[in-house]
Ligand binder design. Structure first.
Ligand code: FE
Length: 135
């Protein structure tokens, strides 16, 4: 593992060692978990959602909302530098992929049909997230 300017770089072999097979598939191979399957979809506790791969804090429970999509949904990021947005044209769709800015792992996608005040819907795989409950 290398730490380069707050970025975590690991080889795929190293990621495989520290992630579960499902996490590895979603985070490192840009997979998608089955909707309504993730344990954080229904989570209503107050706290911070982190990257399951590297631990960077990404989303606050204050911005989580019920989207009905089956995936944890947020209308904002803790700060814009926590994620990188990149074009994703896979499956003949035009989507914006959301990846962790620290380790490059796949988190989900962001859509423009979210609620006020941002109008964004960060649609994030539960398996890509950890949760730190507010003390
Ligand atoms: Fe990360």
């Amino acid at each position: 593992m290398r730490l380069v300017q707050n970025r975590i770089e690991k080889s795929e072999k190293e990621w495989k060692k520290v992630l579960t097979p499902e996490q590895y598939h979603v985070l490192r191979q840009k997979g998608t978990e089955r909707p309504f399957s993730g344990k954080l979809y229904y989570n209503k506790e107050k706290g911070l959602y982190t990257c399951a791969a590297c631990g960077q804090e990404l989303f606050s429970s204050n911005t989580k909302f019920e989207s009905g999509s089956g995936w944890p949904s947020f209308y904002d990021v803790i700060s814009s530098d926590r994620v990188r947005l990149q074009e994703d044209t896979s499956y003949s769709m035009n989507r914006i992929e959301v990846v962790c800015s620290s380790c490059g792992s796949h988190l989900g996608h962001v859509f423009e049909d979210g609620p006020a005040p941002t109008g964004k819907r960060y649609c994030i795989n539960s398996v890509s997230l950890g949760f730190k409950k507010e003390e």
